[in-house]
Each structure stands twice: as structure tokens, then as C-alpha cells.
Design a protein. Structure first.
Length: 229
């Protein structure tokens, strides 16, 4: 356990100010502050998490690169968005499965944003073949799914979130005993963090403990995708 915090209070303060000044001129004026308070600490966090995450599972690499690694870009893709603000107002860190190429693969996630900090685990908006594979595994092994979903450690730390279909998915009966889970479009658990957790010297230990608590869910999702955990 380190006696020093990775993030200072200025990380969340910077993100809050960015929310109210989301334009390129303000960001350019505060670029050095962004580097010192947000990006560089985030890269240190990824580096610190790496060896401990590898002990939980060696298939979720932690890549502390400025571009193309575990740290998600702060620049928003506004090409097809109504909201043209250029910057995200959060830190997003994604430890995706090594076989995954995008944010929809099974993975662990850390989200840092004023008044909305959390750890995530699971699959967010998986592509149709992966989503069907999860549904079929729930259909084939409902007891296994319920054990994963209702595991004590998971339930004590996480809430399953995300969108669901309004009706039964194709090829599944409307009165299926697992219909509420089969209707899910996301299989993602979210575990809230306090802002004080973010600036605590124990942040890495807290995150790894939350990742461990999601082991049952992640094992089930990886099995559905026929990838190792």
C-alpha cells in the first residue's frame, strides 16, 4: 500500500471546470494542468493496477500508453453527434479482454467523474453474435448464471445496469423463466466509488477488490464468448 495518493483533488476539480468550459480554447490554456492532474496520474494508476490484475486474470492487459492503451481518449467523436462539445468530462479506463478490439468486449472499467465515480465489470452493448451467445448460455445453464449473478461478493458491491428489450428476444419464449435476464442488451455491473476513494492512497486496492468481486460474472461472460478467464 502506498502512502501517497495517485490523484489529487485537482483531478475532479479540473473535470468539473471542463464541464462548464468545454471548448478548445479553455482546454488549450489548461493543457498542462490536464497532463499533471488527469492524464499522467491515470497512466500511473493503470501501471499500478497491471500486476495485481494479472494475478486475478492474465487475459485483461493493463496498457499505460498515452494513446491506444487502457486510457480512453478525452476527445469526443462528434462526427455524428448532436452534442458537439469536443471533450469528455470524465476519465475512462478500460481493461478489455486481450481478444477484444473495442469497448464492447468483456472487460473491467474505471470511471472517474465529479459526482459519478464507479468501477464496472462485464460486457457493455455486445455485438449481436456475442449477445446471442450470452443469452444461449443463460438458457442452457440458468443455474450457473444465477450463481454468477447472485454471488454474494458481486451482489454486495455491484448492481446490474444497462438497457433491455421491451419484449422477448427472437427465438426465446415470452414466458421463459429467465426472460428478465434474456431481455438484457447490456451485461454490465456497476459499483460506485466515493470521490474520497479516488484521492485515497488505497485506490488501487479498492479497485482490485471490486474487480475480484466481479469474478463470477466475468467468468460466465468469458465462457459464453469461448475465451479464457
Amino acid at each position: 500500500m502506498s502512502s501517497r495518493s495517485i490523484y489529487t483533488d485537482d483531478c475532479l476539480l479540473f473535470l468539473e471546470e471542463l464541464r462548464h468550459n468545454n471548448d478548445r480554447a479553455w482546454f488549450a490554456e489548461n493543457k498542462e494542468r490536464y497532463e499533471a492532474s488527469v492524464r499522467e496520474p491515470s497512466l500511473r494508476l493503470i501501471e499500478a493496477i497491471g500486476p495485481r490484475l494479472e494475478k486475478l486474470s492474465p487475459f485483461f492487459p493493463a496498457v499505460p500508453k498515452r494513446v491506444g492503451g487502457s486510457l480512453m481518449r478525452i476527445h469526443r467523436d462528434t462526427r455524428f453527434a448532436k452534442d458537439k462539445t469536443p471533450y469528455k468530462t470524465n476519465v475512462g479506463i478500460h481493461f478489455r479482454h486481450e481478444v477484444g478490439k473495442d469497448v464492447h468486449a468483456p472487460g473491467f472499467y474505471v470511471h472517474i467523474e465529479p459526482e459519478r465515480c464507479f468501477v464496472g465489470a462485464g460486457c457493455w452493448r455486445p455485438a449481436s453474435p456475442a449477445l446471442l451467445a450470452i443469452r444461449r448460455k443463460i438458457d442452457d445453464e440458468p443455474t450457473r448464471w444465477k450463481r454468477a449473478r447472485d454471488a454474494k461478493a458481486f451482489r454486495e458491491n455491484y448492481q446490474l445496469e444497462g438497457e433491455s428489450l421491451k419484449t422477448a428476444p427472437r427465438d426465446f419464449a415470452k414466458d421463459h423463466p429467465m426472460i428478465d435476464d434474456l431481455r438484457r442488451k447490456d451485461f454490465i455491473g456497476l459499483s460506485p466509488l466515493a470521490e474520497s476513494d479516488v484521492t485515497s492512497p488505497d485506490l488501487v486496492s479498492t479497485i482490485i477488490a471490486r474487480f475480484r468481486a466481479a469474478r463470477s460474472l466475468m467468468q460466465f461472460l468469458c465462457e459464453s464468448a469461448c475465451v479464457p478467464f
